[in-house]
Design a protein around this ligand. Structure first.
Ligand SMILES: [Zn+2]
Length: 820
C-alpha cells in the first residue's frame, strides 16, 4: 500500500489522523541499548536458525487455486467457483482449515465497522465532537457516503457451497472475516486435500468505502463517457497461512494489517464483457481468443522495443468506450509460485508495453505493461511503464532477478496497492476546458513514486513473504527504504521521505509507539511503518555499516527468504550475521523503543601536558596568570594616574617585589632530576617525546538527550582552515549512555577552533542547535503580519440579502466564481 502520509499529499485513500490521543510515551527512557536482543527474540530452532536463515527443517504450506469467475457488469457483481488444493507440508495433522473472507469487512456488523471510533486516529477527514464549543462537531461527507453505501448494498461474501472433491458438503463456520472448514478426515503431514467453493459478492465502490479494490464509475457525460474500471483484489476466499511460529494466522481483518498468505499455483478464467481489456496476476494463456492479431503483433514487437508500444491505443480505447456489449470473452491466466491473485477489467483501458531484457537464466524477459483510461493520458504514457522498468533494475540489484513474466501498473480508483505481478496506482491528468489534459508537478511525482513503490512491493512482501497482518514495517519499511534508493536514482529532487531528516519531527513527538507494534495498533502508520524504518535502514547503510557490508547483508536476507516467510528476528539476525557487526543496540533503539537521537556537544577543554620541568611549567603558569584579563579597578586606577605605594616609596620594596610565586629554585630543579632518575627507560622516552611534541589535548564533553545511542560524527575545523572528520562508533555510550567525554589529540600547530556534530544530518538528530561548539546562530524565519479585521459573517444583513437573485451553478460557473 502507498504511504498514508505521502510527501505529495494527494492521497485520498488513507488519511491517518493527527489527533493527540492520550498515549504519552515516555521519551528518552535510557534503557540500556546494549543489552543483547536474544533476551527478546524467539529461540532459534530447526525451522529458523540462529543465523536468521530458514532452518534445516523449514517448511511452508502450498495452496493451489483454480478459479472461474464472471464479472456481471450491470450488477457490479462477481459470481465464481474455485477449486483449492491444500498441501500440508507441516509436521502437524490438521483437523480444519481457516480461510480469509476479506469482503466481509464491508458488512455493517463486521468488527471493522463496529469498532470504528468517532473522530481521532485512523478516521478519514475531520470528525470531532466538541460539545462545549460553539462550533458543531464535524463528520466528513466521505464518512457519510461510506455509511450510505454500506447501508444500500448487500456486501460481503455470499458463500453458496463448500464441497469436497466428490461433491459432498463440508461443514464450515464463518466468524467475521474468517471461515473455518472442518475436514471430514484429518489431513496428515505430507498429504493434500482438494475442495470447492461456490461464491459471489457485490463489488464495493472504491471511492465510497476505501477498500484497496472495487469499481469506479465515471460520470455519464460526454467528457467522461461513463463506464467503470473494475479493480479486483481480496476477491476470492483464500487460505490463511499456517506457520511454524504462529500456527493459523487467523487474525480478523480490520482493515489496516494487510495479508498473510501462502504461495501456490493459479489457473484463473475471467469472463468479462467482450470489449473489456483485462490485466491480471500471471501470464495470459489464450491471447488468440481475446486479442486481435494486430494486438498480438504489437505485444510481440514490444518485447525488444526501445520505448513503449501500444497494444491497445488511445483511439481503440475510446472506440470501446462508446459501444458497450452484451457479449462476453473469457481471459485465461496462469501464475506459478505467487501468494495472491488480483486483476483489473475495463473497456476504458489503453495498454502499453515494453520488454525489460534483464538477462539471466530464470526470466530473461519481463514484460513491463501499463493499463489506463484516457484520464491517465500523457502522464501515464510517459512515466508508468518507464518507472516499472527502473524499479526492476534497482530492486534486482539489491535482491534477485525479477522472477515473473510480467510486471504491471494499472490506473484506477485505488491510490496505490500491490499484488503479485500487478499494481493499482491512482494519479491522473486533469481535464481542461479546451478538452486537453494536463498534470501538476505533484501529480507527476506521485505517479513515479507510487509506481516505484508498488512495483517494489512485488519483491517485498509478494516474494519475500513477510507477515503483513502482524508487521507493517517489514514490507512497507523495507520497501520504502528501497523505493528511496530507486527514487533518488531517478530524481533526487523529489522528496522521497526516507532521509534521516524526514523522520526527526515524528521521532521527537510524544504520540508514538515502537516500530515493533502489531499493524492494527500502530499510531500514525505513515511515519511509524514507512518513514522511520526506511530512514533507519538508510542510516544503517550510509552511516553505520557502509554500503558494502549493508548491501551484502541485505541481499543475503532477500535471497534467503525469497519465496519464504521471514519474521522480524530473521531480518535482525541475518543483517547482523551477514554484516559481521553487532547491531543489537540499533534494533533495540530504533525498532523496540520510541527514543530519539539528540546528541549535544556541551563543552570542549583544551589541556596542555605538564613537562614536570619547573623551568618550563612555572613559566607557563606565570604566562597563564598574565593572560587573564586585568582587574577593572587596576585599569581605572592607572587611568586616573594613581601610583602604587611602592612606586611612591621604592625604598620599602624587598625580595618578593622582584620575584613572583612562579620563581624557580634549585629545590624544584633537584626534585625534577630525582623524578627523572626514578623513571623507567620507556617512561622517560615517552615523556621526553610528549614534551618535545607538545601536542594539543582537547576533551570533548557530549550528552545524549534523546535516549537513542548513535555514532558521534564529528567535523573538526582548525585554525589553519583545514577540516577533519571523525567517526566515533555508537559503542562509546555502552557504559555511560547519558554522557561521555572523548579526548582528541592534535599536533601543536593544529589548533582546534570549532566542532560540529553530525554535519551532514545523517543520524536523525532532532535538535541541531546543540551540535556546534562554539554554538551557532540558527537561521529561521519570521513574518510580519497584518491584523485581520474581525469577520462579520455572524451578522447576516437579511434585509439586504433577501434581494439576491437565485442562481444555478454548473462546474464552469463554480470555477469562475472561485477564480474571482
Ligand atoms: Zn506500500
Amino acid at each position: 500500500m502507498f504511504k498514508p502520509l505521502s510527501m505529495v499529499a494527494l492521497l485520498s485513500c488513507f488519511a491517518i489522523g493527527f489527533a493527540n490521543a492520550a498515549i504519552n510515551q515516555t521519551k528518552g527512557d535510557f534503557e540500556d541499548k546494549f543489552r543483547q536482543l536474544d533476551e527478546s527474540l524467539p529461540t532459534p530452532n530447526v525451522y529458523r536458525n540462529a543465523a536468521g536463515e530458514p532452518g534445516h527443517e523449514y517448511w511452508q504450506q502450498q495452496v493451489d487455486y483454480q478459479i472461474k469467475a464472471k464479472l456481471d457488469e450491470q450488477k457490479r457483481r462477481i459470481e465464481a467457483s474455485e477449486q483449492i488444493t491444500y498441501h500440508n507440508n507441516s509436521p502437524d495433522t490438521l483437523k480444519y482449515l481457516w480461510m480469509q473472507l476479506e469482503q466481509n469487512k464491508f458488512r455493517n456488523d463486521s468488527m471493522s465497522a463496529m469498532t470504528t471510533t468517532f473522530g481521532g486516529i485512523g478516521n478519514r477527514g475531520p470528525a470531532t465532537a466538541s460539545a462545549s464549543s460553539d462550533k458543531p462537531a464535524q463528520l466528513s461527507l466521505g464518512a457519510l457516503r461510506r455509511q450510505q453505501f454500506t447501508d444500500d448494498h448487500d456486501l460481503g461474501f455470499d458463500i453458496q457451497s463448500v464441497t469436497d472433491s466428490n461433491g459432498n458438503k463440508l461443514k464450515f463456520t464463518i466468524v467475521g472475516t474468517n471461515m473455518r472448514i472442518d475436514l471430514p478426515r484429518h489431513l496428515k503431514p505430507g498429504k493434500k486435500t482438494v475442495f470447492n467453493i461456490d461464491y459471489a459478492f457485490n463489488i464495493v465502490e472504491e471511492d465510497a468505502v476505501t477498500a484497496r479494490s472495487g469499481y469506479e464509475h465515471f460520470p455519464d457525460d460526454e467528457r467522461e463517457g461513463g463506464n467503470d474500471i473494475f479493480l479486483l483484489a481480496q476477491w476470492f476466499p483464500r487460505l490463511h497461512a499456517y506457520t511454524d511460529y504462529e500456527a493459523w494466522t487467523n487474525r480478523e481483518f480490520i482493515g489496516r494489517g494487510e495479508f498473510t498468505l501462502e504461495f501456490g499455483n493459479y489457473e484463473v478464467e475471467l469472463t468479462v464483457p467482450a470489449d473489456h481489456i483485462v490485466s491480471a496476476t500471471g501470464e495470459l494463456q489464450n491471447p488468440k481468443n481475446v486479442l486481435t492479431s494486430t494486438q498480438r503483433k504489437r505485444l510481440k514487437q514490444a518485447e525488444d522495443a526501445e520505448r513503449i508500444v501500444f497494444v491497445v491505443t488511445a483511439e481503440e480505447a475510446l472506440e470501446n468506450e462508446k459501444e458497450g456489449t452484451d457479449a462476453t470473452k473469457t481471459w485465461k491466466f496462469s501464475a506459478n509460485n505467487v501468494r495472491d491473485f488480483a486483476w483489473a477489467s475495463s473497456r476504458k483501458f489503453m495498454w502499453d508495453a515494453r520488454g525489460h531484457q534483464q538477462g539471466g537464466d530464470d526470466q530473461p524477459l519481463v514484460m513491463a505493461m501499463s493499463f489506463y483510461p484516457k484520464e491517465g493520458g500523457k502522464l501515464w504514457e510517459k512515466y508508468s511503464t518507464e518507472s516499472i522498468i527502473q524499479t526492476l533494475e534497482v530492486y534486482s540489484r539489491f535482491s534477485f532477478d525479477y522472477p515473473y513474466p510480467v510486471a504491471q501498473s494499472v490506473n484506477g480508483p485505488v491510490g496505490g496497492m500491490e499484488y503479485p505481478m500487478i499494481t493499482f496506482n491512482g494519479p491522473r491528468t486533469e481535464l481542461q476546458k479546451d478538452g486537453s489534459r494536463t498534470y501538476s508537478q505533484a501529480e507527476k511525482r506521485f505517479l513515479i513514486s507510487v509506481v516505484i513503490h508498488e512495483i517494489g512491493h512485488i519483491y517485498f512482501p509478494m516474494i519475500v513473504n513477510s507477515d503483513e497482518r502482524q508487521w507493517t514495517w517489514m514490507d512497507e519499511g523495507l520497501n520504502s527504504f528501497l523505493d528511496g534508493v530507486a527514487g533518488r536514482e531517478w530524481d533526487p529532487s523529489i522528496p522521497w521521505g526516507v532521509e534521516p531528516r524526514d523522520v526527526v519531527d515524528y521521532m521527537k513527538s510524544s504520540n508514538q509507539v515502537p516500530i515493533m507494534t502489531q499493524s492494527d495498533s500502530v499510531l500514525r502508520l505513515g511515519p511509524n511503518a514507512y518513514t522511520k524504518p526506511a530512514a533507519a535502514l538508510n542510516i544503517l547503510r550510509e552511516t553505520i555499516l557502509g554500503r558494502e557490508l549493508f548491501d551484502f547483508a541485505f541481499k543475503e536476507y532477500a535471497q534467503r527468504w525469497k519465496y519464504k516467510r521471514p519474521t522480524p528476528s530473521d531480518f535482525f539476525r541475518t543483517m547482523e550475521e551477514a554484516s559481521g557487526v553487532d547491531l543489537d543496540w540499533f534494533w533495540r533503539g530504533w525498532f523496540y523503543s520510541t527514543d530519539h537521537v539528540d546528541i549535544s556537544i556541551d563543552k570542549i577543554y583544551k589541556l596542555r601536558l605538564d613537562t614536570h620541568d619547573p623551568d618550563i611549567d612555572f613559566a607557563r603558569q606565570r604566562q597563564e596568570e598574565l593572560d587573564k584579563p586585568e582587574s577593572l579597578t587596576d585599569i581605572r586606577n592607572k587611568a586616573e594616574g594613581r601610583k602604587l605605594w611602592i612606586e611612591r616609596f621604592p625604598d620599602i620594596t624587598d625580595f618578593y617585589d622582584e620575584n613572583d610565586r612562579f620563581t624557580v629554585t634549585n629545590k624544584e630543579r633537584n626534585a625534577y632530576q630525582k623524578f627523572l632518575s626514578k623513571l623507567k627507560p620507556w617512561e622517560k622516552t615517552a615523556l621526553e617525546r610528549a614534551v618535545k611534541e607538545d601536542k594539543n589535548y582537547y576533551v570533548l564533553d557530549f550528552s545524549n538527550k534523546g535516549g537513542l545511542v548513535m555514532p558521534i560524527i564529528l567535523e573538526l575545523t582548525f585554525a589553519d582552515g583545514s577540516v577533519e572528520n571523525q567517526y566515533i562508533p555508537a559503542e562509546i555510550w555502552r557504559r555511560t549512555p547519558k554522557a561521555v567525554s572523548k579526548l582528541i589529540i592534535t599536533d601543536k600547530d593544529k589548533e582546534l577552533v570549532s566542532v560540529t556534530v553530525d554535519p551532514h544530518w545523517e543520524t536523525a538528530d532532532v535538535d541541531v542547535s546543540n551540535n556546534h561548539y562554539p554554538p551557532k546562530i540558527i537561521p529561521s524565519r519570521i513574518e510580519a503580519y497584518k491584523t485581520k479585521k474581525r469577520s462579520g459573517k455572524v451578522y447576516r444583513d437579511i434585509m439586504q440579502d433577501i434581494k439576491t437573485e437565485l442562481k444555478t451553478y454548473d462546474e464552469d460557473d463554480i470555477e469562475e466564481d472561485d477564480n474571482n
